[in-house]
Write a protein that binds this ligand. Structure first.
Ligand code: GAP
Length: 512
């Protein structure tokens, strides 16, 4: 399936099978805002729990908090978001469409990268087993030319953005002859900065109401609580504070379904370390987070690191874990070495000391921070889009199957009476009653059993359990596996342990 078609299929499947709905759909929706439906909410909870288990409960030195969305407005002055949380925007005068100027340039580079990949694929086909990719990309003249173009373009973009030289960003767009992707027009306005925070008010009366922002990241709720947690938890450096929660950004170029939303959820962890150790912790968390992703078995080749050329105002090193979405490799998670920027800023703006006394060194210091930050909705999209597959079957038909990692699947098993009579529904319902203490399971008696299998395949349920007339004789049922479609006869008593083996968080996290 072509990538565009695949992505359209992902969006329509998410709606049809109760995963994601457009927000306020009966009023024609709200742009870049989405609601999670009955299966989506379960999948989202399971992803969040998988992260929380790995990051908080499996680490003795990491604790979790749940800070408020509203924060004192000075927080955002201190963090730099009031002054520096901007996107460089450019308008096309003909189409009246607005774009992120840096994204236009990055998309231009992505197109050149696609050309490199094409050359590599062609050469791999030509040379067969003798093909050495590394050698090819470092010697082939055409590839080297493309790579040089990408490197010099991104370098110039990074420098212009860092120096706030927006005129040069526009000049770059013009020199590269970048056109509006919709209209093809090259009639651009100047590039302007636009702050992404949503403002709101706290208080009833107009004169006394306080101007607030909806938090654009969850991280600041952790920084302002650093000392509270350190003291009450008697935490010793290095230690981490994690949380999951909503964040809000007035994204101008909100697109690609739940990839870039205005209201979204983050799962962040701030790891407080001794100054000078940030390089080794940066490497540690890069590797650790990649292992977490890979533990879900979604294809090791679908991940890559992308080191930042242009660093955010708070970072001395940063990388993204990119995932191969249906529209190409894009950021899924950020790993940032944030230095002591945030704690020092909050010290300065609040006038309160946010230092750590190190008993080993007999000295106080402001800790440095290593951050891991992943968008829950983006992770949802990665899991969902990667799992959606069309399979050709031996009998010439196709099936649509959502091969979600079983640990994340909303429903772990569907219990199906073969027919709606002869006492089979009662046994099936009894199995549901029994299993629901341990797993999310459903009862389904509508339609022929084959159609029920297909329905559960499309929802992503790892197991279907069918109760038939033999069950009345010997207490056995047929258990069918979603991915292999293999069917086995097992005792009802064995069901719990069979399902547990497949869906248990422990089994999956052990792969890290
Ligand atoms: N505290 C650091 C921070 O917020 P970020 O790179 O701006 O860093 C971290 O965001 C992660 O949050 C991203 O890697 C992405 O997964 C997710 N994210 C950011 N903006 C988003 C948006 N508008 N919609 C959905 N997810 C978003």
């Amino acid at each position: 399936m072509a990538n565009d078609d695949k992505f359209k299929k992902v969006i329509s499947h998410a709606k049809e099978y109760g995963y994601v709905f457009q927000s306020s759909e009966i009023y024609d929706g709200l742009s870049a805002v989405y609601d999670y439906a009955q299966n989506g909410a379960e999948l989202k909870n399971n992803i969040r729990n998988y992260w929380w288990k790995a990051m908080v409960q499996m680490h003795e030195n990491i604790v979790g908090i749940d800070a408020a969305i509203f924060m004192h407005p000075t927080t955002w002055k201190a963090s730099g978001h009031v002054d520096a949380f901007n996107d460089p925007l450019i308008d096309n005068k003909d189409s009246k469409k607005r774009y992120r100027a840096d994204v236009l340039v990055e998309d231009y580079c992505a197109k050149i990268e696609a050309k490199i990949n094409k050359e590599v694929a062609k050469a791999a086909k030509r040379f067969g087993d003798a093909f050495n990719k590394e050698e090819f990309v470092s010697t082939n003249g055409r590839v080297l030319g493309y790579q040089e173009k990408i490197d010099s373009t991104l370098k110039r973009l990074g420098k212009s953005l860092e120096n706030e030289d927006l005129a040069d960003v526009k000049a770059l767009i013009e020199e590269l002859e970048i056109a509006d992707p919709l209209s093809g027009s090259r009639n651009w306005t100047d590039v302007k900065q636009f702050n992404l925070m949503f403002g709101t008010k706290l208080g009833a009366s107009a004169d006394s109401a306080m101007d607030l922002y909806l938090r654009p990241e969850t991280a600041q709720g952790i920084f302002v609580n650093f000392l509270n947690v350190q003291k009450t938890g008697r935490m010793k450096i290095p230690f981490g504070i994690a949380q999951t929660g909503k964040a809000f950004r007035n994204e101008i170029v909100a697109r690609q379904f739940i990839f870039r939303m205005r209201e979204f959820e983050q799962m962040e962890m701030q790891f407080f370390i001794k100054p000078g150790t940030q390089k080794e912790w940066f490497e540690y968390w890069k590797e650790h987070r990649l292992k977490w992703h890979k533990s879900l078995g979604m294809g090791d080749d679908n991940y890559r690191f992308h080191d930042h050329e242009k660093l955010a105002h708070y970072a001395d090193a940063a990388t993204d874990i990119e995932f191969n979405f249906p529209f190409g490799f894009k950021e899924l998670e950020g790993i940032h070495s944030r230095t002591d920027f945030d704690l020092s800023q909050h010290e300065e703006y609040s006038g309160k000391k946010l230092q750590y006394f190190d008993h080993e060194d007999n000295a106080s210091y402001t800790p440095y921070v290593l951050e891991t930050s992943i968008g829950l909705d983006r992770m949802f999209l990665a899991v969902f889009s990667n799992s959606l597959q069309e399979e050709e079957l031996d009998n010439g038909t196709t099936r649509t199957v959502l091969k979600l990692p079983a640990v994340l699947a909303p429903t772990k098993a569907a219990i199906l009476p073969l027919v709606k009579k002869d006492g089979l529904p009662d046994i099936a319902k009894q199995i549901v009653e029994d299993l629901k203490w341990d797993f999310n399971v459903v009862y389904d008696e509508k339609d022929a059993v084959g159609r029920r299998y297909r329905r559960q395949d499309a929802v992503g349920t790892p197991y279907c359990i069918t109760v038939d007339h033999d069950t009345l004789e010997d207490n056995t049922v047929t258990i069918r596996h979603r991915d292999t479609m293999e069917q086995k006869r097992v005792k009802i008593d064995e069901l719990r342990s069979i399902i547990k083996k497949e869906v248990d968080v422990r089994e999956w996290l052990m792969k890290m």
